[in-house]
Design a protein around this ligand. Structure first.
Ligand code: FAD
Ligand code: FES
Length: 225
C-alpha cells in the first residue's frame, strides 16, 4: 500500500506489484497506476528521489502450481499483477498465453512486458487487436486444451471470466479490488462474501486479493474501475 509522507490524513491505497528487481541498494518495485482520485493523484506530484510510505507486500498472490497451460486475462490496468505473474511462470518453465482487453488501444498497458507469453489483444472499438471484449477470446483459448486461468481487471469482466472458466472446467484465480484502510485484516473494511457458511466473509487485503473464482459470491463485489 502506498501513501504520501506529507499528507498523513490520506488512507494508504493498495497497488499491485508489477515487477520487482533487487540490487545492492535494496529492491525496486514497479507499479502501474491510473489516476482516479486523491490517493492516485499524489503519485503524479512525485519526482525522482521523493519519499512515500510503502507497506507490503501484503496478502496472497496467484498459485503458480495450478495444472495446465496458464491463460492470463487482463482488463486495462489489471495487467499489472499479470506482468509479475508472467515473469514468475517463465521462471518455473510454464507456458503462458495472455489475453489483454481495453476500451481503446491507448488503454492497453503492458503488452510488451509479459515475459515469454503469447499475447492477444482485444479493444472494444477495434483500434488494436480483435474488436470486442477480452472475454470473447477466452472460450476459444480454453478450447485448445487443459488450462488454468489467472485474471485481474474490472469485477464485471472477472465475473464473466469466472463463468467461462467454470463452463470449461478450468481452475481460475482472480485478483479483486476493495476499499482498504489497514491492509492487515484488522479493520474489516475490505470484506468480500464467499461461499462458505462457516466463514461467509474474507478480507481482500489479507485472505486475497487473489481468490479461487468459484469461492467468491460475485453479487457482493462492487464494480472496481
Ligand atoms: C489489491 C488491489 C490492487 C490494486 N492495484 C492497482 C494498480 O496496480 N494500479 C492502480 O491504478 N490501481 C490499483 N488498485 C486500485 C487503487 O488502489 C484505487 O484506484 C485507488 O484506491 C483509488 O484511489 P484514489 O484515492 O485515487 O481514488 P478515491 O478518491 O479513493 O476514489 C475515487 C472513486 O473511486 C472509487 N474507488 C476507489 N478505489 C476503489 C476500489 N479499489 N474499488 C472500488 N471503487 C474504488 C471511490 O469510491 C470513489 O468513487 C488496486 C486496488 C486493490 C484493492
Ligand atoms: S483493509 Fe482492513 S481488513 Fe482489509
Amino acid at each position: 500500500m502506498l501513501s504520501p509522507t506529507e499528507r498523513v490524513f490520506l488512507l494508504p491505497r493498495p497497488f499491485s506489484v508489477m515487477s520487482v528487481r533487487s540490487g545492492k541498494d535494496g529492491a525496486l518495485l514497479e507499479c502501474l497506476y491510473t489516476r482516479v482520485g486523491a490517493g492516485t493523484m499524489f503519485l503524479e506530484d512525485l519526482g525522482p528521489g521523493d519519499a512515500m510510505r510503502v507497506v507490503g507486500p501484503l496478502g496472497r498472490g496467484f498459485d503458480l502450481s495450478l495444472p495446465g497451460r496458464a491463460v492470463l486475462v487482463g482488463g486495462g490496468r489489471g495487467v499489472a499483477p499479470l506482468v509479475h505473474l508472467a515473469s514468475a511462470l517463465a521462471g518455473v518453465g510454464r507456458a503462458a498465453t495472455a489475453l489483454l482487453g481495453a476500451r481503446t488501444a491507448d488503454l492497453v498497458y503492458g503488452a510488451g512486458r509479459l515475459a515469454g507469453a503469447a499475447v492477444r489483444v482485444s479493444t472494444e472499438d477495434g483500434s488494436e487487436g480483435t474488436r470486442g471484449v477480452v472475454t470473447d477470446l477466452l472460450a476459444g483459448e480454453l478450447a485448445r486444451g487443459p488450462a488454468a486461468v489467472y485474471a485481474c481487471g474490472p469485477h464485471g469482466m472477472l465475473a464473466r471470466v469466472a463463468a467461462i472458466a467454470e463452463d470449461a472446467g478450468a481452475p481460475c484465480e482472480v485478483s479483486i479490488e476493495a476499499h482498504m484502510a489497514c491492509g492487515t485484516g484488522v479493520c474489516r473494511g475490505c470484506a468480500v462474501g464467499v461461499r462458505d457458511e462457516a466463514r461467509p466473509y474474507r478480507m481482500v487485503c489479507s485472505d486475497g486479493p487473489v481468490f479461487d473464482a468459484r469461492a467468491l459470491r460475485w453479487d457482493t463485489l462492487a464494480e472496481a474501475h
